[in-house]
Design a protein around this ligand. Structure first.
Ligand code: SF4
Length: 472
């Protein structure tokens, strides 16, 4: 959209050099001086998964360019931070990547919105944690919902999002708007309890609806001043944590603007995806946040057809992932279990492929009322029930019992080859530990190694402390 003679509210910076792509994009939206003023404190939000293959973590070269630009504009302080999904303490990931030191050398400060630096270093009592939580977050209401906003963020003058674009199994792409989910502490568990409620929750995909509500609520409380969708390097297919089914591409593109919805809209266009069928764009249009702007004439003139690059999407069907010796039976599930099952099956396939040869044959069951399994072998087959819905709605299924032959008759007894991965949805690190207990370490050497590496960095211990805090 043109906002002045030569200025755009969204722009594409494209060049073989990241430096030039950044300068070109920034110039088209008015330059850093139109965003950051002298003595502003700037907070840069980036996205960071706990499983951090390249390019999923932020590109440090881009961060450097952005920090330098903010300094040139006269920023007083520059902070960076994020929460991480799955209760993973940010401190663990930042230490592995030495992010604190890198940011310090660039003249910025890495902050721990989840206070994991504090939790990791000090012995702390439950009461002290409560006090820390009280002092770290400010309660803000939107409509009838209350959120804990990290107090540091409410003090800064400028809010910037740097988003590494990559495939997302439930939202197609990690778009900049998704950063609002990891700006606050968030309990990601599903809420429904009764079987009937649970089925309805799955049919309506209550999980995804609640994510969308949170995204738009936080967005309305924390509008951004600059948004960068980084697709300069882009991994397509299954995504950066899953190397086997992904391809790395260098597109040379950065999409930049002040409004994340516009930036995401153009990013989808650029990747030849239909923005108007994307849930976030649809939600924005329902709320009248984009419609008018898109209709304004020259919004897309900038984006010549030649610019557009086809993008290979993540699998939309869990069976298509092709995890060795895993046979999927999916009932009605919400996006919560779909997302975690997608991650678990892909991680098993990519990182634990050797283990899968020895653990056969496994029925992987998720969702409410999954289809019955006709051809199963009582003596050999394992049943992995993924998530509370699968556990609770299959209690009367045939596979729950197996036949026991006695001298006089055939009796039924409890099938012990059933592994329940509880949770709504289950958490991936705990799934790995439970899988090892069930299949035994000797049959899962790679998975065992993975868990032992996590134990070596006190991963589970610190997460337990996080839960006691009741903020995450
Ligand atoms: S158990 Fe899974 S499918 Fe069922 S409501 Fe929870 S997240 Fe959704």
């Amino acid at each position: 959209m043109r906002v002045g003679e030569n200025l755009l509210s969204v722009a594409i910076g494209k060049d073989n050099s990241l430096n030039i792509a950044f300068s070109k994009g920034l110039e088209k939206i008015g330059g850093i001086h139109s965003i950051v003023e002298k003595n502003d404190d700037v907070f840069i939000k980036f996205n960071m998964p706990w499983c951090h293959g390249f390019p999923k973590r932020p590109n440090i070269s881009l961060m450097k360019l952005l920090i330098e630009a903010c300094k040139i504009a006269g920023a007083r302080k520059i902070f960076l931070g994020t929460f991480i999904d799955d209760d993973v303490p940010f401190y663990i990931v930042s230490e592995m990547l030495e992010m604190g030191k890198i940011m310090e050398n660039l003249g910025a400060e890495l902050i721990f919105l989840d206070k994991s630096d504090y939790l990791f270093k000090k012995k702390i009592k439950k009461e002290q944690l409560k006090e820390l939580k009280k002092n770290s977050y400010t309660l803000r209401k939107h409509e009838n919902r209350t959120y804990q906003i990290p107090s540091e963020l409410l003090k800064v003058q400028k809010f910037v999002i740097v988003n590494q674009v990559s495939p997302n199994p439930i939202f197609t792409l990690d778009l900049s708007m998704l950063n609002y989910l990891t700006l606050i502490p968030r309990n990601q568990e599903g809420k429904s309890t009764s079987l009937q409620d649970r089925t309805q929750y799955c049919i309506n995909d209550g999980y995804k609806k609640s994510l969308l509500t949170t995204i738009f609520d936080i967005y309305s409380m924390m509008p951004s001043h600059l948004v960068i969708n980084d697709l300069f390097y882009l991994q397509e297919g299954a995504g950066p944590c899953i190397h086997e089914d992904s391809q790395l591409r260098k597109t040379n593109f950065l999409v930049m603007g002040k409004n994340p919805l516009e930036v995401d809209f153009i990013t989808l266009k650029l990747l030849k995806l239909d923005p108007e069928s994307h849930e976030i764009v649809k939600e924005a249009m329902n709320r009248d946040m984009l419609k008018g702007k898109i209709c304004e004439g020259s919004f897309l003139n900038e984006f010549d057809e030649d610019f557009r690059i086809p993008f290979k999407l993540p699998a939309r069907n869990l069976s298509k992932i092709g995890t060795l010796n895993f046979y999927i039976k999916q009932g009605t599930s919400c996006s919560g279990c779909y997302l975690k099952a997608y991650q678990l099956l892909n991680l098993l396939k990519t990182k634990m492929n050797k283990d899968l040869k020895y653990i056969k044959k496994n029925w992987f069951v998720l969702g409410t009322n999954p289809p019955s399994i006709a051809s199963w072998n009582e003596k050999q087959d394992n049943f992995i029930l993924f998530g509370d819905c699968a556990i609770k709605t299959t209690l009367t299924y045939e596979f729950r019992k197996i036949s026991k032959k006695t001298l006089k008759s055939m009796k039924k007894r409890k099938n012990k080859k059933i592994l329940e991965l509880a949770g709504c949805p289950p958490k991936i690190p705990e799934c790995f530990s439970t899988l090892i207990k069930y299949f035994k370490k000797s049959n899962m050497p790679l998975t065992t190694l993975y868990i032992e590496m996590l134990n070596a960095i006190d991963f589970f211990k610190v997460r337990k402390k996080f839960r006691e805090w009741e903020a995450l």
